[in-house]
Design a protein around this ligand. Structure first.
Ligand code: ADP
Ligand code: NA
Length: 317
């Protein structure tokens, strides 16, 4: 176990940075259908960028390691990150390439679908990772990564985080065929119910869909038995199931009136990571993440909807 409480509480997010276009529609289009958008919004996105914002909002200094292109979007996302208090010193600009983009379609009831055009993430190399982790005098307390990067980047980051003595938070979204060692280094592994199912399939198990808390509990236990240090499975309005070697249990969501669930998982994961960086236990940090996500789903937008530390404290009170 790494004692994150004794370290300078700063976090490093290795992750995707997107210029999102969100379209509000009355219903999600079926194959072959055309739907007219009621409203369109442009903004910062990408799981890496979103989680970095969630961390910075909690008052934990946060650096983002990622790449953008050399187009107009690059400047837009950089300014947005800076405005949210995220350090972009380690955001590289790749000449001749376009910044990652995501088209997010949100229907009135809050469901969404997302298509990502990845940015130049193929240009993130092991030296960039090691320079920011293993080879650094003061490593971060917590390192966070997601599945919107090539699988080797996740493997390098897990290994480098371990060498640096930094706690490794793995949000395997989307699910990628990472090295088994990478899964075992996760503390916690954070996945939603769909990703948990896919991951079980990838590990050679029966990928039966999770139908709620009672299905998620044994799956979380199973991932711990497979060597993952700790696991959090997010279940939307049902909250989360969390598991470690001490056992598995359910933690309910805080009540919310849902407006837009875009980025709810990112808000949860980033806020949880910030709690860990502050020296909270996994259980405490999980409750903080649940509180933050309940605020985020009640507001339109992703990163711009994430609450501040005092807003989260109000929910926890
Ligand atoms: P993802 O967006 O990655 O699929 P989830 O849908 O599981 O993630 O949501 C992540 C977290 O957001 C949940 O664990 C919960 O804390 C919060 N959340 C999502 N939907 C709701 C809701 N309807 N009410 C309250 N909290 C919610
Ligand atoms: Na939202």
């Amino acid at each position: 176990m790494i004692d994150s409480a004794r370290r300078a509480p700063f976090a490093l997010v290795v992750g995707s940075i997107h210029h999102d276009r969100s379209l509000l529609v009355s219903h999600l289009p079926r194959p072959g259908e055309t739907v007219i958008a009621q409203r369109a919004l442009d903004g910062l996105g990408g799981k890496g960028a979103n989680q970095a914002v969630a961390i910075a909002r909690m008052g934990v200094p946060c650096e983002l390691l990622g790449v953008v292109g050399d187009d107009d979007s690059a400047g837009i996302v950089r300014s947005a990150l800076l405005a949210h208090g995220v350090s972009v010193a380690q955001v590289g600009a790749v000449a001749g390439r376009t910044t990652g983009r995501a088209t997010v379609v949100v229907e009135e009831r809050g469901e969404n679908l997302i298509i990502v055009e990845p940015g130049p993430v193929d240009r993130i190399d092991q030296d960039m990772i090691d320079a920011n982790l293993r080879d650094r005098e003061t490593p971060p307390a917590v390192v966070v990564i997601q599945g919107e990067l090539p699988a080797p980047v996740l493997d390098w980051t897990a290994e480098s985080a371990e060498k640096a003595g930094a706690r490794f938070v793995l949000n395997l979204a989307p699910v990628l065929p990472v090295n088994p060692d990478t899964l075992c280094r996760a503390d916690p592994l954070v996945v939603n119910e769909h990703e948990a199912t896919q991951l079980i399939g990838l590990l050679g198990g029966d990928p039966a869909p999770i139908g709620g808390i009672e299905d998620a509990l044994p799956i979380a236990r199973r991932l711990v038995a497979a060597g993952v240090r700790s696991v959090v499975i997010t279940l939307g309005a049902d909250g989360v199931v969390l598991a470690d070697r001490q056992g598995a249990r359910h933690e309910a969501a805080f009540p919310a009136i849902v407006t837009d669930t875009t980025g709810a998982g990112d808000c949860f994961t980033g806020t949880l990571a910030a709690g860990l960086a502050h020296g909270e236990t996994l259980a405490e940090a999980t409750r903080r993440g649940l509180a933050a996500a309940s605020v985020a789903v009640g507001r339109t937008g992703a990163a711009s909807a994430f609450p501040t530390r005092s807003q989260v404290d109000d929910v926890l009170r």
